[in-house]
Design a protein around this ligand. Structure first.
Ligand SMILES: N[C@@H](CCC(=O)N[C@@H](CS)C(=O)NCC(=O)O)C(=O)O
Length: 213
């Protein structure tokens, strides 16, 4: 069955791989599923045709036959459940890998997005300078916890899983801020994720779209 995802026709990051279609492309590459991409503009994302696929007018979406999914967590979990390569076979290990997916999206991504909001979207507010240290403090505390759990392991729980795919994807957003470099073990973990051939293919595919003349 043909799989079609949506992505920005021009990502605001210019192809750094930070738009969330990259994590879905990465999962598709890890499980060896070919896919088509439909590019959408920021305007088209808010129009009825796209809103029928995604209630919040965002990318990415995922279509497979009659199935339409939104939210990268749901999309990656769907792929991991239906194809080998992203979840361990043993039930307990599988459940733990899913915990890490939720942890990435629910516990680690929010303070990272808070930093992006504070540094970029709220930068011109009169209270921005006073708020930033609080945002950074909360983020560093959360990263410190993650760093302590990962320790010197390669991946979060045994072999590479969808939990790592999501955690690396989320942490990548930190790199422009310089905060990731404060945690060398997390930075090395992210680099291990980026070195995977499936990630490289996903990154190259989104870069090609975003560097078209
Ligand atoms: N929680 C959603 C977030 C989706 C999201 O924020 N997508 C961004 C691109 S990375 C977007 O479409 N932004 C444009 C907008 O919200 O108008 C997911 O993981 O799929």
């Amino acid at each position: 069955m043909t799989i079609t995802i949506t992505a920005f026709d021009r990502s605001p990051d210019g192809g750094k791989g930070l738009a969330r279609d990259t994590r879905v492309r990465w999962a598709l590459e890890e499980v060896g599923q070919p896919y088509d991409v439909r590019l959408v503009s920021l305007r088209a994302m808010k129009e009825p045709a796209h809103l029928a696929l995604h209630p919040f007018g965002q990318i990415p979406t995922y279509e497979e036959g009659g199935l339409v999914l939104f939210e990268t967590g749901a999309i990656v979990l769907h792929l991991a459940q239906h194809h080998a390569g992203l979840l361990p076979a043993e039930a307990g290990a599988r459940a733990r890998a899913v915990s890490w997916m939720f942890a990435a999206l629910n516990t680690v991504e929010p303070p990272i997005l808070d930093l992006v909001t504070a540094r970029i979207h709220e930068a011109d507010q009169p209270w921005a300078a006073a708020r930033l240290p609080l945002v950074l403090e909360r983020l560093r505390a959360r990263l410190g916890q993650l760093d302590a759990r990962l320790g010197d392991a390669q991946w979060l729980d045994g072999g590479f899983s969808a939990g790592d795919l999501m955690m690396v994807s989320v942490l990548l957003r930190l790199r422009p801020s310089g905060v990731l470099a404060e945690f060398p073990r997390l930075a090395a973990y992210v680099a291990r994720g980026e070195a995977r051939p499936a990630y490289q293919r996903a990154f190259a595919a989104q870069l090609e779209v975003n560097t078209r003349p």
